[in-house]
Design a protein around this ligand. Structure first.
Ligand SMILES: [Zn+2]
Length: 546
């Protein structure tokens, strides 16, 4: 009897082991990251009634929505956003402190993906600065997938914006591709092992951007259907360069030179070409067809260009999202047909949201406003009066003032006293709610979650020394108050959509607060790979189902 029991236990154990050995680690065939630049969370519902059934509604109905996903750092800009999504980390740790910053050790301005040790591949523009992910200090979930599969997994990034393609794809990507402003074709960098494959050359030879430009930007639906926007000719919008008024139809075709491709990037056609490239990449590289899980990072940048120009209450943004909704629907059915239903894991999120246009809010009796660069000029004068020196302030980026460290130390000035003067002066400004010495944050009277967001956003080598927090609904803007922007801690900038869909994702939604840093931690748990090495997020338990 005893022997029989032991024999049965052994049999069961043997069966269990053989099953696990045969099945291996379970992973989807393909992971698709869809980051929509400047998509406010509320766009899911603002335009809901006009969405079709195959795009956002399919993701909401058949997938899982984390309804209260918040960005947990400032500044809420594109490069830190894309980096946080894929690294699960914050600027303090991952080092992407803004789209631009000043390096405090050299005093030089840096663009997030600048790298003059590499060269551009596939561009005809000699002025195109060379790029790579080398300024990113941590690994990404895409890197970790490559590491976990001994480079068996393929990783690609596609986007119109260089930073939105490069940073998600990480350090170990096979390649990242982004648009060449001078030709409308896609290029890459010598940093990657596969910067100019033949399928990409064939794609570029189709001159898709030029064909799309010829179609101009017309409304998708009859003009009377656009119920969620102000009149088309509202005064809160900005025309394309070379265009007379910011109204439909936008005749992109009639624009010339660089403004032609720049305008193209700000139309829904920019999303069309990005999805076209994402299809070509899947086919060219056979993504999702191998034995390892592959990862395709798609970032849609046109939503941001148009958002900056027209603002959230424009017919342009309403049309942008209605068209994007249809494009997402088409792309999902493409993935169903190529990779297979339930065999790919897709997540959709945004790198940040956007404010309402402050002038629109003022006209509607809401408190709002802008901080213009006059404050910086006054601050410089104030410091000159106090110290007798010019050129103490080096720059204002990411709502932070940088000081000229090299000049201050050479001139033997009292650095602590200078910061005190700056804080004292800025506190007297009506635009500003809080001012904090970033090296003495413990002294600043910042409420949560703002305090944590400032701490998370502060990188000693790449951030300024004094943080400025404006009043709600205020942002930095000099010149006419048209369109919109982002970058602040406020919910309109920091509350982002987060939808999960496909492989092992249950249907449902949660109102529990989660953070942008949780996305990479959740992906790591789902894919059974190590978290990125600067990840501070936690897996979102709800989407693991029962
Ligand atoms: Zn952005």
């Amino acid at each position: 009897m005893k022997h029989l029991r032991a024999f049965i236990i052994l049999l069961i154990m043997g069966a269990a082991y053989s099953v696990s050995a045969k099945d291996g680690v379970e992973r989807p065939k393909l992971v698709v990251g869809l980051v929509i630049d400047q998509m406010r969370w509320d766009y899911l519902y603002r335009y809901y009634d006009l969405y079709g059934s195959t795009g956002f509604k399919r993701l909401l109905k058949d997938g899982f929505s984390c309804e209260n996903t918040m960005i947990n750092y400032v500044p809420t800009f594109t490069a830190p956003g894309h980096t946080c999504i894929y690294s699960g980390s914050v600027p303090s740790i991952h080092g992407i402190a803004g789209n631009n910053w000043i390096d405090n050790t050299t005093g030089k301005g840096v663009y997030c993906t600048d790298d003059n040790t590499v060269h551009m591949v596939g561009t005809t523009d000699p002025a195109a600065p060379p790029m790579s992910p080398r300024n990113l200090l941590t690994s990404t979930i895409t890197d970790e997938l490559r590491l976990a599969t001994n480079m068996g997994s393929k990783v690609y990034g596609v986007a119109i914006k260089d930073r939105s393609s490069i940073l998600p794809a990480g350090h170990m990507a096979n390649a990242a591709y982004w648009i060449d402003d001078s030709t409308g074709s896609f290029n890459s960098s010598s940093y990657y092992s596969n910067p100019n494959p033949t399928w990409l050359q064939a794609f570029n030879n189709r001159h898709i951007a030029d064909s799309l430009i010829k179609l101009n930007w017309e409304l998708l639906l009859p003009a009377t259907s656009y119920s969620q926007s102000l009149e088309d000719a509202s005064r809160y919008e900005r025309s394309f360069k070379g265009e007379k008024a910011p109204i439909f139809p936008h005749k992109i075709e009639s624009l010339t030179g660089k403004s032609r491709y720049n305008a193209f990037k700000a139309t829904p056609a920019g999303n069309t070409i990005t999805f076209d490239l994402a299809r070509a990449c899947i086919e060219g590289e056979q993504l999702g067809a191998g034995k390892n899980a592959d990862f395709l990072c798609i970032s849609l940048s046109s939503t941001d260009y148009a958002g900056h120009q027209f603002g959230p209450n424009s017919v342009e943004i309403e049309d942008m999202y209605l068209r994007l909704d249809r494009e997402i629907g088409d792309y999902l059915s493409y993935l169903d047909n190529t990779v297979g239903k339930g065999k790919y894991l897709l997540f959709l999120t945004a790198d940040h949201g956007a404010a309402h246009n402050p002038q629109f809010l003022i006209d509607e009796e809401l408190p709002a406003g802008v901080m213009n660069n006059g404050i910086t000029a006054e601050l410089k004068q104030y410091l000159k009066a106090k110290t007798g020196r010019d050129s103490i302030v080096k720059g204002f980026e990411n709502y932070q003032y940088y000081i000229d460290e090299q000049f201050i130390s050479k001139a033997g000035l009292d650095r602590e006293q200078i910061k005190k003067y700056m804080v004292e002066f800025l506190k007297g400004k009506k635009e500003i709610a809080y001012v904090a010495d970033l090296e003495r944050l413990y002294e600043a009277q910042l409420p949560e979650p703002l305090k944590t967001m400032v701490v998370n956003g502060y990188n000693r080598n790449r951030s300024g020394v004094v943080q400025v927090v404006l009043n709600p609904a205020w942002y930095e803007n000099s010149g006419p108050i048209t369109g919109t922007t982002h970058g602040t801690w406020n919910p309109y900038d920091s509350h982002i959509p987060l939808l999960w869909f496909g492989w092992h994702v249950p249907k449902g939604a949660s109102n529990k607060v989660c953070h942008m840093t949780d996305i990479a931690a959740t992906l790591a748990a789902m894919l059974h790979v190590q978290q990125p090495n600067g990840c501070i997020g936690e897996p979102i338990e709800e989407i693991f189902g029962k």
